[in-house]
Design a binder for this molecule. Structure first.
Ligand code: GCU
Length: 596
C-alpha cells in the first residue's frame, strides 16, 4: 500500500501543474521596466462567490437585453489598498474568510517588439485573474509570486484588471485548516506590469560554486523566440565580463574563476551584476558567500559560525496586518540587530522580497520556509504538487540572495509514514532546484529516554542537512527551572538549531517570576532555556519564538492575548519586554566568545 502511495504521489506531483501562471519571472529586479498597479482598487466582498456565475470579471456596465439585471458595479463599490490585507483595512473584514473581487482600471501605451507580463508579489490564498474580461489564469498559494503574459490581451489605452482573491481555508491546501497566525487575505504584495524585449532574461543564478570561494558557477535562461546570439555576464567593479552563446533552449551555464570580497553578516558586500542579452539588460545586487556543514558546525566562507537567531512572522509593526514594505522590514530587522542577531527565521511561509533584499544589505542570514505546517493532506497528490510549486517559487525568487542560507520544508509535522514520503520528496526537489544551500525543517517529536533526557530521532532528520528543534519546556509543560536538569541528544551527527522555544507575556504585565504570563516569568524562562540549550551536543544556533507579538485566531485569553500570540520579545507596538535583554546579553556573550 505505502509503495502505491509513493508511486502515486511521485507521478501526480509531476502530473498536475498547480498554478496555471507563467514560469517564474524576476519581475522585481532593478533595470526592469515596470508599471506599478498599487494603490486603491475597487472591491466587491462576495461571500457566496456569486461573481463567478455573474461574471463580475466582465465588468459589464450596461445591461444586455434579455440577460437580466446587472447586480454589481465596481465603480460604485468601496476600495481597498494594494498591497495590503483586507482584514486590517476594514473592521468588518477582520474575521472575513472568502472571496473578494478586486478591480483596477489603467491605461497602457503599447510598444513595438515588447512583451508585457502582469506580476503579483503574492495573493492570499487562491486567485483568479482576468484582463479586459478574459481569463488569464489562476494561482494557489498565499506567499509566492506569480505572473501572466498579457502581451496579446493588453489593449492600447484603457484596460481593466479583475482579480478574485479567496482566502478560504481548505483541508487539502498548504497550509491546511489550522494555523497559529492570522489568515490575512488579499493582494498582500505589489502588483506590477513588467515590460521586456521580445527576447529577455527570464531567470539566472550567479553564485559561488559550492564550497569554492574563488569560483563562480551559474546559468542564465533566456526567453523569446528570436534567440540573441550572446549572453553577457558582468561584474564591473571586479573587472569581470564574460560572454556565452545560449543553447537551443536559450540556456547558458558557466563556471569561471573570480576574486571577490565575500558576503558575510560582518561584511554584507553586494556587487552590481549585469546580465544582458540582445535588447535586454538587468542589474542585480548580489553577494557571494559559501555555506556548508562540517560535522555539527555551520560554516560560512570557511568559518564556523554560531547562529544567533530570532523567529519572526510577516506582521507589520505598530499597524498590524501583513507586512510588505521595506519600512516594515527595517523596523523588524532593527530589533533583530539590536538583539545581536545574525540570523532571522522567516516563519512559516516565504516573506516578502523587500525583507529578503534588506537582509542582503544588512548582513542578516535567513531561514526561509514553505507553509507545510502542522498537519496537511499528506496522501493527496494535489497537496504535494501545491507544496512543490510553493517550494519551487520560493527558491526561484530568492536563489540569488546571499542572505538566504536555509530552505525549510516544514514546521512541526506529525510522525506519519505518508508525511515522511511527502517531505522526503520535497527534500529531493529542493536539492535539485538549488544545490548551494542547506535543507532543514523544524521538528518537535522527540523520544523520552528517562525523566530528563530527550532524543531528537525524527526519521525526517535523515533527509536534512541541518536539524531544527522546537521545544517549549517551561511553557507547554513543566517549569522553567526543569531546563536545568533536561538533557538533549540527537540521533544525527548534524548541526542542530533550536528553532523555537518561548513563553507568553503581554508587555507591562509584571509579577513574581513564578507567575505565568508575567514578563518576569518569560525572562526567567529565557535564562534557564539559554543555559540548557548551550549544552546540547551539536548545538549550532537558536531562533527563539518570537521577535514580536502577532495576531493569531487561536489566542483568545481576554485582557492578555485578545487575538495576539504574546510570545514576542517586543510587543506589537514596539515595547521591549524584560526577556529581550536576557537574549541580548546571551548573544553579546556568544559573540564575544566567538571572536576570542
Ligand atoms: C509552535 C508553532 C508556532 C506557534 C508556537 C506557539 O511551535 O511552530 O507557529 O506560534 O508554537 O505555540 O506559540
Amino acid at each position: 500500500m505505502r509503495q502505491w502511495i509513493a508511486f502515486l504521489l511521485f507521478f501526480s506531483g509531476l502530473a498536475c501543474a498547480h498554478s496555471s501562471s507563467s514560469p517564474p519571472l524576476l519581475g522585481n529586479i532593478p533595470g526592469r521596466k515596470t508599471t506599478s498597479l498599487d494603490g486603491a482598487w475597487h472591491v466587491i466582498i462576495d461571500p457566496y462567490e456569486t461573481g463567478l456565475h455573474a461574471r463580475f470579471y466582465e465588468n459589464a456596465t450596461s445591461e444586455t437585453p434579455g440577460a437580466g439585471p446587472i447586480e454589481y458595479n465596481f465603480e460604485a463599490s468601496e476600495t481597498l489598498n494594494v498591497p495590503g490585507d483586507w482584514n486590517t483595512q476594514k473592521e468588518k473584514l477582520f474575521f472575513y474568510e472568502g472571496p473578494v473581487w478586486y478591480e483596477r482600471r489603467f491605461s497602457y501605451k503599447r510598444h513595438e517588439n515588447r512583451r508585457v507580463f502582469v506580476y503579483f508579489g503574492a495573493a492570499n490564498y487562491f486567485a483568479r485573474v482576468y484582463l479586459n474580461g478574459k481569463p488569464l489564469g489562476e494561482h494557489e498559494g498565499g506567499f509566492t509570486p506569480f505572473n501572466f503574459e498579457v502581451t496579446s490581451t493588453l489593449a492600447e489605452g484603457e484596460n481593466f484588471l479583475v482579480v478574485e482573491v479567496n482566502n478560504a481555508r481548505r483541508a487539502d491546501a498548504v497550509p491546511a485548516l489550522n494555523t497559529d497566525w492570522w489568515n490575512y487575505g488579499g493582494l498582500t504584495r505589489d502588483v506590477l506590469l513588467v515590460e521586456v524585449p521580445e527576447a529577455f532574461v527570464r531567470d539566472y543564478s550567479v553564485q559561488l560554486a559550492t564550497g569554492a570561494q574563488g569560483e563562480i558557477a551559474g546559468w542564465v535562461q533566456v526567453d523569446g523566440s528570436t534567440r540573441p546570439q550572446t549572453v553577457t555576464v558582468e561584474i564591473p567593479v571586479a573587472g569581470i565580463r564574460k560572454t556565452f552563446s545560449p543553447d537551443a533552449g536559450g540556456r547558458v551555464e558557466f563556471h569561471f574563476p573570480a576574486k571577490l570580497d565575500l558576503w558575510s553578516p560582518e561584511n554584507p558586500k553586494l556587487y552590481d551584476v549585469v546580465i544582458s542579452c540582445g535588447a535586454d539588460t538587468v542589474h542585480d545586487s548580489i553577494g557571494f558567500r559559501t555555506i556548508e556543514v562540517k560535522g555539527t558546525q555551520i560554516v560560512i566562507n570557511g568559518k564556523p559560525t554560531f547562529l544567533r537567531g530570532i523567529s519572526m512572522h510577516e506582521e507589520a509593526p505598530e499597524r498590524g496586518g501583513r507586512a510588505y514594505s521595506t519600512q516594515d522590514a527595517q523596523t523588524l530587522f532593527d530589533w533583530a540587530k539590536e538583539l545581536g542577531c545574525n540570523l532571522v527565521r522567516l516563519t512559516h511561509y516565504p516573506h516578502n522580497e523587500n525583507e529578503v533584499r534588506l537582509a542582503d544589505r544588512l548582513g542578516l542570514l535567513l531561514w526561509s520556509e514553505i507553509p507545510v505546517y502542522w498537519n496537511i493532506a499528506w496522501q493527496n497528490p494535489a497537496t504535494l504538487a501545491n507544496a512543490e510549486s510553493q517550494l519551487r517559487d520560493m527558491i526561484a525568487r530568492d536563489h540569488n540572495r546571499a542572505a538566504v542560507i536555509f530552505w525549510s520544508l516544514s514546521n512541526e509535522t506529525p510522525l506519519d509514514p505518508d508525511r515522511l514520503i511527502f517531505l522526503q520528496k520535497l527534500a529531493e526537489d529542493a536539492r535539485q532546484l538549488d544545490s548551494t544551500r542547506l535543507i532543514t525543517s523544524a521538528m518537535n517529536h522527540v523520544t523520552e529516554a528517562g525523566p530528563n533526557k530527550r532524543i531528537l530521532d525524527d526519521p525526517l532528520g535523515e533527509s536534512l542537512d541541518v536539524l531544527g528543534l522546537n521545544e517549549y519546556l517551561g511553557w507547554y509543560g513543566g517549569h522553567p527551572e526543569d531546563a536545568d536538569r533536561r538533557q538533549w541528544e540527537s540521533k544525527y551527527a548534524k548541526p542542530l538549531i533550536v528553532s523555537e522555544f518561548g513563553g507568553e507575556a503581554p508587555y507591562g504585565k509584571h509579577g513574581d517570576a513564578s507567575v505565568p504570563w508575567t514578563e518576569e516569568y518569560q525572562a526567567n524562562l529565557y535564562v534557564h532555556q539559554l543555559a540548557m540549550i548551550r549544552k546540547i551536543p551539536g548545538f549550532a544556533g537558536v531562533c527563539p519564538w518570537v521577535l514580536m507579538d502577532f495576531h493569531s485566531p487561536r489566542r483568545l485569553l481576554p485582557g492578555i492575548q485578545d487575538y495576539y500570540n504574546r510570545k514576542g520579545l517586543v510587543s506589537n507596538t514596539g515595547q521591549h519586554k524584560l526577556a529581550f535583554n536576557v537574549l541580548q546579553k546571551f548573544y553579546r556573550e556568544m559573540k564575544d566568545s566567538a571572536s576570542k
